[in-house]
Design a protein around this ligand. Structure first.
Ligand SMILES: Cc1ncc(COP(=O)(O)O)c(C=O)c1O
Length: 452
């Protein structure tokens, strides 16, 4: 038993409920505001965007929310996901730390994103929606919604950030293989896209712009709704299947984490792994360290302001209180496309503000170096986003080597990098550089924060 590498659960152990951290928050979150009136949004305000089932979850403070059977049936295709003990990596590092990782790359699209894609597709389908629009950064989310659309018989249109569209042609093919439409953003198909192109014809795009395009397309048609792959409460909620499984798998290993780590773009994979453990802590359980890792070139939690802001560039979305670099901030084209978002999940921002989550930022090159060190020991090439979590886990493990402490370190290996070979090719050829965080640009974007 002591040499076990994979902790596997039977399909019957797929969680029956998602965990909602709103039930356990020590202080309530700031309300979400209507972009026009600046009053708290109502469920009806959100109906043009989301199905009612999703809106109820967005506003819920029930601790446990049942996972519908058709969603659990879809999860069976890849869940429960394995938990690995990184024994070969521990040996290579010569660390007394015990390193574990939850591997979400076993999903059909190679990341954690289908955990919420199938749930969102289910609720839309159940309420008669025919078509969903969305944005995608790295392509992982767009691929996942495309897959979920195929599973539940929905049309999917994906606005893909232009720089990723160019960097990752296979992701587009992947989405199209499931029958989805994939459009490079900014595009000429929307007012928001045309306005950006008029001012910046060479714009490489951003998640904020792609969200504006997708939202604009969704509100124009009665049979169409919008889906977001991160940030919102319901998305984080759906991802908690990861942490709920991991908690059971850690118990199989007769262990408990001291440190839990995830990378943060909008925050969903981080929350998915962390919230079930953090919820236990908030209810009097073991105190752990929760480390949120972001790119130094888009340092939302470490350098952003905790303020009300729009989720998108064209200011079509409700206002949420979150860490933000300003909705007009366009991050540089570094390779972890899924981490290039100006904002952060309000729940994560709130918990960071309360001191319960410790944010940390790393440069691109040190993350790729960590990813390769991990790959050579463990045999899995991480997604560039996941490399940020890998880097933090390696740093923690090395620190244990110095102090002699034997901590249990758990991180979310939220996706594989098999579609990111161009990034690795560039890294290995010495063509990648650390991308500057444009302090002046962010200051300009922050100066445009709405006054609430
Ligand atoms: C593999 C992977 N990890 C992480 C992220 C970041 O999103 P989130 O912070 O919601 O997990 C993305 C987003 O596309 C992704 O594709």
């Amino acid at each position: 038993m002591t040499e076990t590498v994979k902790y596997l659960l039977d399909e019957t152990r797929i969680p029956r409920q998602w965990y909602n951290i709103n039930a356990d928050l020590p202080e309530p979150m700031a309300p979400v505001l209507h972009p026009g009136t600046h009053q708290p949004v109502t469920a009806d305000d959100l109906l043009p965007l989301f199905p009612r089932g999703v809106i109820e979850q967005e506003m819920s403070s029930e601790r446990e929310i049942d996972i519908p059977e058709p969603v659990r049936a879809a999860y069976r295709q890849w869940r429960p996901a394995p938990l690995y003990r990184a024994r070969r990596l521990e040996q290579a590092l010569g660390t007394p730390a015990r390193i574990y990782y939850k591997y979400e790359g076993v999903s059909p699209t190679g990341s954690h994103k289908p955990n919420t894609a199938v749930a969102q597709a289910f609720y839309n389908h159940q309420e008669g929606v025919k078509r969903i629009t969305t944005e995608t950064g790295a392509g992982q989310w767009g691929s996942s919604l495309a897959l979920a659309g195929a599973m539940f018989g929905l049309e999917i249109a994906v606005y893909m950030v232009k720089v990723s569209f160019q960097q990752k042609p296979y992701r587009r093919a992947f989405m199209e293989s499931f029958g989805a439409e994939c459009i490079a953003s900014p595009s000429n198909t929307t007012q928001a896209g045309r306005a950006i192109l008029a001012d910046h014809p060479d714009s490489t795009g951003s998640l904020g712009i792609a969200i504006s395009e997708a939202v604009e397309m969704a509100v124009q048609r009665d049979d169409t709704r919008y889906a977001l792959g991160s940030v919102l409460n319901h998305v984080l909620l759906h991802q908690t299947v990861t942490g709920i499984e991991a908690r059971e798998q850690m118990a199989m290993a007769d262990d408990e984490p001291d440190v839990v780590i995830g990378c943060t773009g909008g925050g969903s994979n981080f929350a998915g792994l962390v919230f079930p453990f953090l919820g236990d802590q908030l209810r009097g359980g073991k105190t752990m360290e929760f480390i949120a890792v972001e790119p130094a070139a888009c340092p939302t939690l470490t350098k952003g302001r905790f303020a009300y802001d729009f989720g998108d560039t064209a200011h079509l979305t409700p206002l949420t209180k979150m860490h933000t670099l300003g909705s007009g901030f366009v991050p540089s084209g570094f390779h972890a496309g899924g981490l290039r978002y100006h904002g952060m999940a309000p729940q994560i921002s709130h918990l960071t503000d309360l001191g319960l989550i410790k944010p940390r930022a790393y440069e691109q090159l040190e993350c790729f170096a960590a990813g390769l060190e991990f790959a050579r020991a463990e045999g899995i090439i991480p997604a560039p986003e996941a490399n940020h979590a890998v880097k933090a886990a390696l740093d923690e493990a090395r620190q244990c080597r110095e102090t002699g402490e034997s901590k249990a370190i758990l991180f979310n290996l939220c996706g594989h990098g098999n579609f990111d070979m161009q990034a690795y090719t560039d890294y290995l050829a010495g063509k990648l550089h650390d991308q500057e965080y444009a302090e002046s640009e962010a200051a300009m974007a922050l100066s445009g924060l709405p006054s609430v």
